[in-house]
Ligand binder design. Structure first.
Ligand SMILES: [Zn+2]
Length: 477
């Protein structure tokens, strides 16, 4: 695979910068680092882009009719936002381009007049991870690495395996044994990755992968990799482009490792800096109760008293990006537990970036129970849409916030679904057969969840009469 001179492949104005305002150390884009070498802080990619906003909107719309690979990608279509040169060796599977749906059944369920779902599960490997992976693997080619690696709860693994295969790079993925869904495991195997199953949980896998990344031969593409965030942030542009640049009041995302929350926050902030939007949607992050260190942090700190209700735009802007740094550290969960494996993470690596994004937008963070998630997932299914369990945390969270009066029924809300319904079919079948048990740890009991909206299969005789009778029963006739 040809490699490129980083100087020509990188936009000259883009750099990597430590997110800690008291440090702010800058690094070139071609430096293979994942955290600040001075203070250990996370890194942002920052660039100056001065543009004519009307021209930019017109250009992006024009690209919708193009057949060029870069224009067909819902990530690279917005390449003016990305820190890559025009001749970068793009690795694309036509990611992005995910639909937005009206969701009237979910809206009624949540107590809203209307609700929009942005389905990132409609990406090539069935999760939002692809939008970041296209950027990270492109950067891997620019850097000339041979092996790419990640620790994963499943979706990242599947995505990395696919993009590494496209780029003809060796791929090693570390997964916690027995803790990822079969569908996700099957994808990684089919895409030809070396799948290394570890005894331990995701956080153990994450610790090992950070040690491995010290090896020169391995390029780490977990969400700590700032180029992943760069690709993922384009979803903010795609979402607003699809809505004719109408800014929603709230954008709600599931919270696991918090890379996605970070990316949405960064995307919206940059669109505002460019003058493409004039306000930020409030960013709401929803975690599972058994893996909710970020929600705990938000609950414990006095600023949460501001909540999101009643925060005027003026006071919100005072609680801008600079505040996050004065917050206490997040307390990790040693034994996170939830059936929503995609967000079963006790020590989210991007929590500081996500906190910065939530604060800047006047948003909030909460957690929901396994039962709330399971029921919300069934409701998303009733739309004819469906999603994986973690994605349903958004609808469950919205229902709670509407009930609590934090979101008004008339407000414009977008829930982000992060994974496809086929990512975890065991869960769905068990729910509908009322055989779904919560995921306990050493201290919590496994509890049977109610199949509130269950729709179990029925055994019928192979006769016309029996089938018609059953259909009548099914429709309540
Ligand atoms: Zn630093």
């Amino acid at each position: 695979m040809p490699t490129m001179n980083p100087q020509t492949a990188a936009k000259t104005t883009a750099i990597q910068r430590c997110i800690d305002p008291s440090c702010g150390t800058r690094f070139r884009l071609d430096e293979r680092i994942y955290v600040c070498s001075r203070c250990g802080g996370l890194l942002d990619v920052v660039q100056e882009s001065a543009t004519d906003t009307e021209q930019l909107r017109a250009l992006w719309t024009k690209r919708l009719a193009s057949f060029e690979t870069r224009d067909r990608s819902g990530v690279w279509r917005y390449r003016e936002l990305l820190p890559f040169a025009d001749d970068a060796p793009i690795v694309s599977l036509a990611e992005g381009n995910t639909p937005i749906y009206d969701a009237p059944v979910c809206a009624v369920y949540c107590g809203l007049d209307a609700l929009t779902l942005k389905h990132q599960g409609c990406n090539p490997t069935g999760s939002f991870k692809d939008t970041g992976m296209t950027a990270a693997i492109t950067q891997a080619l620019i850097l000339g690495v041979q092996t790419v690696s990640c620790a994963s709860t499943g979706n990242t693994a599947a995505s990395l395996a696919a993009y590494a295969a496209r780029a003809k790079l060796q791929c090693a993925i570390l997964v916690p044994r027995g803790q990822i869904s079969n569908a996700k495991l099957a994808q990684s195997l089919d895409y030809g990755a070396a799948v290394l199953e570890l005894d331990g949980n995701f956080d153990d896998a994450m610790r090992v992968i950070r040690e491995l990344a010290e090896d020169e031969s391995i390029y780490l593409v977990n969400s700590i990799n700032p180029f992943r965030i760069e690709g993922q942030k384009t979803v903010a542009a795609e979402l607003l482009h699809q809505r004719g640049w109408r800014v929603p009041d709230h954008v709600v995302v599931p919270g696991g490792n918090l890379g996605n929350s970070t990316a949405f926050g960064k995307g919206f902030a940059e669109l505002m800096d460019l003058g493409l939007i004039d306000r930020l949607p409030r960013l709401i992050v929803v975690q599972a109760e058994g893996a909710a260190p970020f929600a705990d942090l938000f609950k414990a700190f006095p600023i949460s008293a501001l909540g999101i209700a009643g925060v005027s735009p003026a006071s919100r802007s005072q609680h801008s990006a600079s505040d996050w740094n004065s917050w206490p550290a997040l307390t990790p969960y040693e034994h996170p537990h939830t059936l929503a494996t995609a967000i079963k993470i006790g020590a989210p690596v991007s929590w500081q970036k996500a906190l910065r994004a939530v604060l800047a937008s006047g948003g909030t963070v909460l957690s929901v129970s396994e039962q709330e998630m399971a029921d919300a997932k069934a409701i998303v299914g009733r739309e004819g849409i469906g999603c994986e369990p973690a994605s349903a945390s958004t609808v469950a969270g919205i229902k709670r916030l509407v009930a609590d009066g934090v979101i008004a029924p008339t407000e414009d809300v977008v829930a982000v679904l992060t994974g496809h319904v086929l990512k975890d079919t065991d869960y769905a079948i068990k729910y509908h057969e009322e055989n779904l048990f919560s995921d306990g740890d050493d201290t919590t009991e496994r509890r049977k969840l109610a199949g509130t909206y269950r729709n179990p299969p029925t055994l019928v005789q192979a006769t016309k009469a029996a089938i018609l009778e059953e259909l009548l029963r099914h429709t309540g006739g």
